[in-house]
Design a binder for this molecule. Structure first.
Ligand code: PEP
Ligand code: MN
Length: 665
């Protein structure tokens, strides 16, 4: 804090200001600033700024640090990731970091049937948490006030039935105690944001809290309310922007989109958005939701009702189930653009082989046997849930891995793709992640070829990552000091236009983009730069000289998740396998005779099976003979798919079923 003193302040008054600050716990230092005399006060003192500013001889007072501490980014620089609903039997849902978490449900729990029906349909569309009010703070005392504890019991049952943690509003400190065993997360409603007794009680219970922003609260007041919760005992607070009061009356409130980047700067706590209460009009909820995601929100909480026209509260802003389904698809398409992934199912903390063998989904040839207890896939990697990637810290593959398995997934970095396959095969890792295709530079042939060399490895999932490249160099370097650039050849290919503007630079290929960054950190040379992702610059404390240098911003890399087959099937990580597989990858060669490839494609086309990729690769050691790599959609009827595969096997040679999995958009 800085206290600017008036020019003519007497020695006595100056001393009084010093004593005032000192008595309130500050250390004090007097300084001149041009013609002004100022007193700098630092430390953990507490002062009423208004009282200080009217002391004789005080011209002005300026605060230099944040009034909230536990919620502040200055106190904790890395993002807080809040886990809701974790228990011995449930893995919990995470909010924050690189995921988009969607909470959905009705405004109010109206009956057991209504909350069960809503839970089923929002879960089906991809929501991972269930919302619903049992105690409704309504503007009018004559409106429906909620079913109370009975409603909460229905909601708990619905959450359990559909595997979704629940969040519900708490309106009084006494109720907080009664509700604590029935909910996974407390919601503090907008009207109660400054109910400090409620904040203190709820905070002391230690459960995660969703803190709505008050309709007339400044960002600072909102963060101070978060501070109350944190200071009372909980460490898991999620902030929720839900619109503020302005002079505009067309929408129910005004969604303060700018609050999202502002809060993310000021605080480490995740911030989500409630577009339903912000706009209050059903038709405006979807565009506001997408804007929130684009602005950096960590998730959304949305009101959805099976029959909004019959809803007992907030019907006009509740989405129809089909609107919610469409919105979820749009969010899924938008998420990679902002470098995030829509969380579709609760992610495991540790994906263990034991859990995998407990029978989560199934991949492999459709007629395959089930993984029996006698199967041999148990080992060190299985026990720790280790996932393997090629590269070093900050590599794009590591980003993809964290997206698929969670930021805290135990991971093993190896050098080169064959080492990834080896680690999965010998059990040092329970799964691996490898790139197979880039939208600008094409296929990663090495990995396609490895699938043939490792027939016991199967594809169990896929993931698309937006690739944003930066030119990264040593702290002391600048663009003019650079004469050598290192990257993976794909990095050079994807930044061709940028590199063409610097024809004098020497390009040195490396195994991996992040390895290029690591080499600069190790050598400390100012003439070398690397092309890699921003995460790699952060991992090695280097400087980003230019960002977004890829030729085309629509630059995505498709990664596949691989695991070892057990019998005929490969285990599927629970995070990827709970939805029915809708895509399969096959490899085959065809007899050397006219029309043989056509005959295979005809089998697919006659059954309406979509072909999303067809690529040929030379067969090693057999010049001018090729293997075809084919990605197909899986039809709804399992029987039809089985028949198709059988017919394809009959028409082809060297048929390999690489795996079936859920397609990423
Ligand atoms: C709610 O989420 O049901 C609710 C009442 O929201 P708010 O407190 O933001 O008005
Ligand atoms: Mn509501």
């Amino acid at each position: 804090m800085i206290v600017v003193l008036s020019r003519g302040i007497s020695t006595h008054d100056k001393e009084m200001v010093r004593i005032y600050l000192h008595d309130r716990g500050f250390s004090v230092r007097e300084q001149s600033f041009g013609d002004d005399a100022i007193i700098g006060a630092s430390g953990k003192g507490v002062v009423d700024i208004r009282e200080l500013s009217i002391l004789p001889g005080v011209e002005r007072v300026a605060a230099t640090s944040k009034p909230y501490e536990l919620a502040s980014r200055e106190t904790k620089s890395e993002d807080t990731i809040v886990t809701v609903g974790a228990s011995a039997s449930q893995m919990g849902v995470q909010i924050g970091g690189s995921r988009i978490t969607v909470i959905a449900g009705p405004c109010a729990v109206e009956s057991r049937e209504q909350i069960m029906e809503t839970a089923a349909l929002v879960r089906e569309s991809g929501a991972v948490m269930l919302r619903g009010g049992a105690y409704k703070p309504r503007t009018s005392p004559y409106s429906f006030q909620g079913l109370g504890i009975e409603g909460l019991e229905y909601m708990k049952a619905a959450g359990e039935a559909y595997g979704m943690p629940i969040v519900t509003e708490v309106v009084s400190p006494d109720l907080a105690v009664q509700m604590q065993d029935l909910t996974d997360m407390f919601q503090i409603g907008a009207r109660n944001m400054q109910n400090y007794e409620l904040l203190k009680k709820v905070g002391s219970l230690g459960k995660p809290v969703l803190l709505k922003r008050g309709p007339s609260a400044t960002i600072e007041e909102w963060l101070l309310s978060a501070e109350y919760l944190l200071a009372s005992g909980t460490k898991d607070v999620v902030l929720c922007e839900r619109g503020i009061r302005t002079f505009e009356t067309y929408t129910r409130n005004t969604l303060d989109i700018s609050a999202i980047p502002v809060v993310k700067d000021l605080s480490h706590l995740p911030v989500i958005v409630d577009p339903s209460h912000a706009v209050g009009i059903r038709a405006k909820v979807a565009p506001a939701s997408l804007a929130a995601i684009a602005a950096g929100a960590a998730g959304l909480t949305l009101e959805v009702h099976p029959r909004p026209d019959e809803a007992l509260s907030d019907g006009p802003q509740s989405l129809y189930p089909e609107q919610f389904e469409k919105l979820m698809r749009d969010i899924e398409a938008l998420s990679p653009v902002v470098g995030k992934e829509l969380l579709r199912t609760p992610r495991p903390h540790h994906w263990t082989a034991a859990r995998v063998r407990a029978g989560q989904g199934a991949a492999g040839v459709p007629e395959g046997g089930s993984p029996g207890p006698g199967s041999e896939a148990s080992d060190a990697g299985g026990e720790t849930g280790m996932v393997v990637f090629s590269g070093v810290r900050g590599a794009f593959a590591e980003q993809a891995l964290m997206r698929a398995f969670g930021d805290d997934a135990p991971r093993l970095a190896v050098s080169g793709f064959p080492a990834v396959f080896d680690a999965v095969l010998d059990g040092s890792a329970v799964a691996g992640i490898v790139p197979v295709e880039n939208s600008l530079a094409g296929s990663v042939h090495e990995n396609y070829d490895l699938f043939l060399r490792y027939p016991d490895i199967s594809i169990v999932g896929e993931l698309k990552l937006r690739v944003m490249h930066c030119l990264i160099a040593h702290e002391r370097a600048d663009i003019d000091s650079i004469s050598i650039v290192r990257s993976h050849p794909q990095g050079f290919a994807q930044c061709k236009e940028f590199l063409d503007k610097h024809p004098d630079w020497t390009l040195e290929p490396c195994n991996n983009t992040a390895v290029a960054v690591e080499s600069i950190a190790r050598e400390g040379a100012i003439k070398v730069a690397a092309i890699a992702g921003e995460a790699a610059a952060r991992a090695f404390n280097l400087k980003v000289l230019r960002e977004g240098i890829e030729t085309n911003p629509l630059n995505y890399t498709r990664f596949v998740i691989i695991s070892r087959r057990v019998g005929e099937r490969a285990p599927v990580p629970p995070s990827l396998g709970s939805d029915k597989p809708n895509k399969a990858s096959l490899v085959f060669s065809v007899p050397d005779e006219p029309g043989s490839l056509f005959a295979c494609l005809k089998i697919l086309s006659e059954r309406g099976i979509n072909l999303s990729k067809l690529e040929s690769r030379p067969i090693q050691g057999q010049p001018w003979e090729y293997m075809f790599y084919v990605d197909v959609s899986i039809p709804e009827t399992e029987e039809l798919f089985k028949q198709t595969i059988e017919e394809l096997k009959a028409k082809t040679e060297n048929f390999h079923f690489l795996g079936m999995y859920r397609a990423s958009l």
